[in-house]
Structure formats: structure tokens, C-alpha cells
Design a protein around this ligand. Structure first.
Ligand SMILES: [Zn+2]
Length: 357
């Protein structure tokens, strides 16, 4: 295949978005797109380029006092009659237009066209963000070459519709168990009903007042919800066991340990088992490159409520945020599209931030 990422295409973030969308790259099928990206970057004299699996990293080494990361994933969710791209007026339709080849195009465009950025920049084009964490390119790099990720600040170019979404909330999955004593339902007074006991668990959730926390000007709204309930033996048996699965989304001022302590306090008197946890990330907007980034955007940041790869950087002590042109509500949607004007606005913002003064 001839590389569609020609110099002319690389010079224009809109044309580049379209070219990237038109290289099919459903998760675990990123070899072709990674080959194209790697070939381009290896030809750029001001970058040193490395590859791990289907993740490509390129960096400047200008001796600047600060280093920033720009990162975009190369993969998409499965196609849904939305490949290749199509244009309708100011809108580009297709799988990956919003999530997130328009954002990834920024990183590739700047990598090629900005030989002397104000900070040293590490550009990541990584595989397998849309599937389980064990395939995630940033996760694999963090294990194999953690030094590649060293930086003072990171921007993940995920869809945020042109605003800054900072940090992210943590998430904890747990199971609250109630116990009882089995009996025939015809003589139920010999037993203790574990499903009835779960009523108290649900009552505590229903009356639970979730916190709202403001950190660095960003609002985070917590939530604690029953997401599944399991119990019952047979139609004529008083059940002795019931499980309520509870998902707790917690603001990034709480560590996973603090979140767990809070959860146990809420369900005092019940057996609580934590099954899965992912830490949140503080917005970290105090770092100098972050402040300058916000000034370039010129609009107030908001807190990210879902979990994103921002938390991987936060876990390494690197403040990170999300910024991209796509509409996050259209990600993974068959009508996925991106506005051309949003691509141009965001490209101008990043250029203002990174171009030498
Ligand atoms: Zn994404």
C-alpha cells in the first residue's frame, strides 16, 4: 500500500483526519495505520522515533526545561456501516472521526510541522485503547519503557468538543452480601430471608447523599449505585444468600483506599467485597504548561466524570487532561461524525500553545 499520509495531507489537520479514518484500524488491527504513521515520523529530522508493538512514539530533544505529551489512540471500535468516511457539509462522518482520529491527527500534524515547539514534546500514537487494559498501548509502554512517558504534563486528544476536561473520577466495583437461613416457605418462620435483609442495603443507597467536590475549579459529582442484584434458591425456599453489586464513582480527592473505607462505612454491618478499582486523577492544572494550555483554550475546564487514560499519567505523577474536537456523545455511535470547524479551532488552539513565542 502506498502511504496516504503525504506531505500535503500532513499539513492540513482536516485532510489528515480523513486520511487516518480511511485506514481501517479496529482494535488489534492497527498494524497498517501504525506502519504509515511510523514511516512518516521516521522521515522527520527533528524527531527521534520508536515503536513498541503497534504503538509509535516520537519525541523532540531540544533541551527545553519542560516536556509535554500529546497522545492519541490509533484504534477504533468495530465498523458499523460507517467506513470509509463521507462528507456532508461541515461534517465528516465515519468510524473514528470523533473518537479519536481527529484528535490523533493534531498530534501527527504538529509532530511533522512544528520543528521547534516551546516545550519538548513526546507524541504517542497508541494501540488498543478501546478494549481491555492488558492490550492498551500506553499500559504496555508503561511496563516496557516507562521512561518514554516521562513528562511534566500530558494532553490526551480524546473527544471533548473543544473544551478542557481535566482529571477523572475513580471507579470501584463491590458486592454487598446479606446472609440468612434457608427454610421451606410454607414454614418461613424457621428461616431468615436474605433478600429481605438486602432491603436495608437498598435503603442506604436510596437515601445516600453523594458528594460534589470542586478541585482546581473543576466540579466532580460522585455517585453510588446498585447495578445488579442476585438472590433466590427456588419458588418455595426462603433464601439464605443475596448479593447487591454496587458501583461507586468517586472524586479524585479520594484515593482508592479512602473510597473503600467510605464504602465500608456506608454498609457498616454488612459483608463488603471490593472486586475492582481504578484510581481517579486530580485535574493538576497548577503545572505551568497546564496553565498556559488553559490560557490558549480561553474557556473554563470541567471535571471528567468517566475514567480515561488520563489516570495512567496521574498514577505516574504527571498531570493530564482531555482535549479534542469530537463530540464525546457521538463516540461509538453509528452516526459518528466531527465538525470541520471544530477540527480547525482546536488545531489553532494547540498551535497557539506550542508554537514558539
Ligand atoms: Zn477514544
Amino acid at each position: 500500500m502506498e502511504n496516504p499520509l503525504t506531505p500535503e495531507v500532513l499539513a492540513d489537520p482536516v485532510a489528515l483526519t480523513r486520511a487516518l479514518v480511511d485506514i481501517e484500524s479496529v482494535s488489534l488491527n492497527e498494524k497498517a495505520i501504525a506502519d504509515c504513521v511510523e514511516e512518516v515520523l521516521r522521515g522527520v529530522p527533528h524527531l527521534s522515533t520508536h515503536r513498541h508493538g503497534n504503538t509509535v512514539m516520537a519525541r523532540t530533544d531540544l533541551g527545553r526545561s519542560q516536556r509535554v505529551v500529546l497522545a492519541g489512540h490509533l484504534d477504533t471500535v468495530p465498523l458499523n456501516n460507517n467506513f470509509p468516511s463521507t462528507m456532508r457539509g461541515d461534517l465528516m462522518y465515519g468510524c473514528g472521526t470523533s473518537d479519536m482520529k481527529s484528535g490523533t491527527a493534531y498530534a501527527l500534524h504538529l509532530a511533522v510541522t512544528l520543528p521547534e515547539p516551546r516545550y519538548d514534546v513526546t507524541y504517542f500514537f497508541y494501540e488498543a485503547e478501546e478494549i481491555e487494559s492488558r492490550y492498551n498501548g500506553l499500559n504496555l509502554v508503561a511496563q516496557a519503557f516507562p521512561e518514554w512517558l516521562e513528562a511534566d504534563f500530558a494532553v490526551l486528544l480524546e473527544p471533548t468538543y473543544g473544551i478542557v476536561e481535566a482529571g477523572c473520577q475513580g471507579t470501584m466495583r463491590s458486592v454487598v452480601t446479606t446472609a440468612g437461613v434457608r427454610a421451606h416457605s410454607a414454614r418461613s418462620w424457621h428461616g431468615v430471608n436474605a433478600i429481605h435483609a438486602a432491603g436495608e442495603v437498598l435503603r442506604r443507597l436510596q437515601t445516600y447523599e453523594a458528594r460534589r467536590v470542586t478541585i482546581d475549579g473543576c466540579d466532580y459529582r460522585e455517585g453510588m449505585n446498585a447495578v445488579r442484584i442476585n438472590g433466590g434458591v427456588a419458588g418455595n425456599v426462603v433464601p439464605d444468600h443475596c448479593e447487591v453489586e454496587v458501583n461507586y464513582r468517586f472524586a479524585p480527592d479520594r484515593s482508592p483506599a479512602e473510597a473503600e473505607a467510605h464504602l465500608r462505612e456506608v454498609f457498616a454491618g454488612f459483608e463488603v467485597t471490593v472486586t475492582d478499582t481504578a484510581a481517579g486523577a486530580r485535574p493538576g492544572l497548577e503545572a505551568a504548561p497546564a496553565k498556559e494550555f488553559l490560557a490558549a483554550v480561553g474557556a473554563a475546564p470541567i471535571g471528567k466524570l468517566g475514567w480515561t487514560d488520563v489516570a495512567r499519567f496521574a498514577a505516574m505523577g504527571i498531570p493530564a487532561l482531555n482535549f479534542g474536537p469530537g463530540d464525546p456523545n457521538l463516540a461509538h455511535h453509528p452516526d459518528e461524525h466531527v465538525e470541520i470547524s471544530k477540527i480547525r479551532d482546536g488545531a489553532a488552539t494547540l498551535h497557539r500553545w506550542l508554537a514558539p513565542a
